[in-house]
Design a protein around this ligand. Structure first.
Ligand code: B12
Length: 264
């Protein structure tokens, strides 16, 4: 099975950094980490091709090659998602969609064949099993949260890394707090779920081995949500990792969606 993993284009907003990126010779700020993570959960004998339309165009030959399209998007990519879904359907592809946009409003996308909602660690395996049996359903969803110890390392080999300003790693999901300006807990829950330090080191080693020398963004909802683990295990592991390496800096976030006054 030939799978096209497609990331729709961002509109020209502040957070797309479109104009600033030209100064550093990059096409996009960050990779589509959701799609790269989902790619690592797909059967190994499937052929995968990533098209991040922020980096390059979706070509007719991509569509002709594929049997099926996997699309991920945020709400801000709504319009470009619609255009891509239409092209995929015209090309006769089966369309599978997941990620924040479809978690928020899947009912707005009638043309999509299958929605894999919430965390793919939980909802993708039943879809793949049903697909193998020849009877996949329209919607896969769950009220549970995934154990991140089972989250595979992203498929960095699918990415044209040099096109991006920053690489990203996700260490945890969820946040223990209840801030009225943020919807992270509604999406990912109050319990902070974490990867173990060894998983993070494998991800960093892979990025380094593939030649990445640049910033690494920890995209966590709240990087300091599990302070004891951070102090005891992750930070010492990161400090030790960096001692032997050159060229990588780390940063974590105060997410823009928690700054309600910033235009987008
Ligand atoms: C990194 C990040 C960014 C980066 C860009 C990332 C990129 N790829 O280019 C930056 C900092 C630029 C950014 C900006 C914005 N962001 Co942002 N961002 C994130 C963040 C923190 C991490 C995303 C990530 O890498 N996650 C890790 C991956 C592994 O998780 P995932 O994508 O959810 O994927 C999992 C599942 O969703 C599923 N899945 C995902 N895709 C698919 C596809 C298929 C086919 C399948 C089967 C499954 C599947 O499987 C994965 C594994 O479980 C999330 C919060 C979060 N915790 O996810 C917010 C988040 C995605 N952002 C959000 C928002 C609102 C924004 C802004 C609009 C903020 C603003 N006020 O301007 C801007 C818009 C950007 C723009 N260009 O205009 C919202 C989206 C809400 C929504 N319903 O769309 C989120 C969820 C944060 C929130 N508080 O609600 N963002």
């Amino acid at each position: 099975m030939n799978i096209l993993l497609i990331y729709p284009e961002f509109p020209d907003t502040f957070w797309s950094f479109k104009h600033a990126l030209k100064f550093v010779g990059k096409r996009s700020a960050l990779p589509p980490l959701g799609l790269l993570t989902v790619a690592a959960m797909l059967p190994q004998h499937w052929s995968l091709r990533l098209v991040d339309t922020n980096v390059r165009k979706l070509r007719e030959c991509d569509l002709a090659w594929a049997d099926c399209a996997f699309i991920s998007a945020m709400v801000i990519q709504r319009d470009s998602s619609r255009r891509i879904i239409e092209r995929c359907k015209q090309a006769g592809l089966r369309v599978v969609a997941g990620g924040p946009l479809f978690n928020s409003e899947h009912e707005q996308f009638e043309a999509v064949d299958h929605f894999i909602l919430n965390e793919a660690e939980l909802t993708l395996p039943p879809f793949l099993a049903d697909l193998a049996r020849g009877s996949p359903e329209k919607i896969y969803t769950t009220g549970n949260f995934a154990n991140m110890h089972q989250t595979p390392a992203p498929r960095w080999d699918l990415l044209e890394m040099r096109r991006y300003a920053t690489m990203s790693i996700q260490f945890s999901r969820g946040c223990p707090f209840n801030c009225d300006f943020c919807n992270v807990t509604a999406l990912f829950g109050h319990k902070v779920r974490i990867k173990c330090a060894a998983q993070i080191i494998v991800e960093l080693d892979t990025l380094y081995a593939r030649g990445w020398r640049g910033p690494v963004f920890f995209v966590d909802d709240n990087f300091i949500g599990n302070t004891p683990f951070l102090k005891r295990e992750l930070l010492p592991a990161l400090i030790a990792w960096r001692k032997e390496k050159r060229g990588n800096s780390f940063f974590s976030r105060k997410h823009p969606s928690t700054w309600p006054t910033i235009p987008h």
